[in-house]
Design a protein around this ligand. Sequence first.
Ligand code: UGA
Length: 456
Amino acid sequence: SGASRPRLTFLGTGYLGATYAICYAELGYEVLGFDPDVDKIEKLSGGEVPFHEPGLDELLRKNVASGRLRFSTSYQETADFGDVHFICVGTPQRANGLGAELGYVETCVTNLAQHLTRKALIVGKSTVPVGTAEWVEQLVGKNAKPELGIEVAWSPEFLQEGFAVDDVMRPNRIVVATKTDWANSLLHAAHKGVFDLAAVEDREVPVVNTDFATAELVKHAANAFLATKISFVNAMAEVCEAAGGDVTALSRALGHDPRIGNRFLQAGLGFGGACLPKDIRAFQARAQEIGAGEALRFLHEVELINLRRRQRVLNLAADLLSRRYGPAGPDLSGARVAVLGATFKPNTDDVRDAPALAVAGMLARAGADVHVYDPQGIENAKRALPDVTYAKSMVDAVTDAELVCVLTEWAEFRNADPVVLGDVVAAKNVIDGRNCLDVPTWKSAGWTIRALGRPT
Ligand code: UGA
């Protein structure tokens, strides 16, 4: 049907699928979001986004009200509705830690294909190991009626939590892999809303047309590059610590070189979240399988650098509190420690693979009495790390603490008044795990401050 305004479905209404469904309805498409999870679909239909993402609630309610956006748990309804079906289901890390679990992709594609009754395009968006698109094409071949001529395409996404709406509506590039002109022009029509918006705003959205394997690799390569950039600067932080240098100044100096660029050079506790850690592991596992393991061996080092930052915070804690090291590391037994931040970065409620929460757990295992506060992440944090104390406010968390650790750079912590906090703590010790505090201000309020990669 009409390639001018194809009807779109997004299968899987997690972070990726829900954001896309809502934003593409906002761009003017008729959209259906599918998920087998009744609870999620009820929430979304009722105008409630099941996670925290700035600006998304409002767009959801507006587009549900307009009738352009609806949600369903029915494969049949989804198959009947769409001209283009985007696969947005999760590809979590396998239980053995090696590679991505493709069970959700398999279930979703199989069911969708079986229910299709007219020609349609299935587009993979989930992050997958290279080779998955070809396998999806075979799955479709096995499960869809051959006379329908269902086609498969691949188009990875690059949205960042906290900026998801803008990243989807104003992407800095679109990558598409198609095998026929029909698929290519239909996928172009499915992105036309993005190109039209860019034209109105006098921008261009570059399109990279490529093959299946490359499209899949672009996604892993992009996240591997970002993780490497972060670990590079954190490795420099280690060297600065040994040499007495200041990694924040080093990073600024590097960033002025446009060939290097100043973004993603923030030294601190390192990267977490649902994507970077999982993707670099999956990328290595897949490279190993296809005989290119050696090429990505450095990613193992990237991960080790990332994990060493957590241990560094623990060691700084022991030093500040004048504690001894036992056989299992520093002994912090009985020390009351405030942890400010639980999410993997600010402006999200996501605690998946969050360095802050990992350190909170390490402090607790070292014997500390840990009190955690986070502006948005407490509910999720309680499920992920139940056996620490959760405070209702920043002041509650730091009250009577001998040590305060700032582990996620929320504005509330950056802008905290060290005089006010100094009045309620038991001892004025602070670790800046994200290089987000103004050292002179804290020092003049009487605090002893330690930071990652810079002298204080
Ligand atoms: C990341 C990528 O940035 C997106 O482009 C990609 O689409 C997404 O993964 C995905 O694969 O779906 P996200 O996980 O939302 O996005 O988070 P980032 O903003 O990339 O931050 C990742 C981690 O790196 C955070 O823990 C953050 O604190 C840390 N980070 C970031 C640093 O430690 N230093 C920096 O300079 C930048």
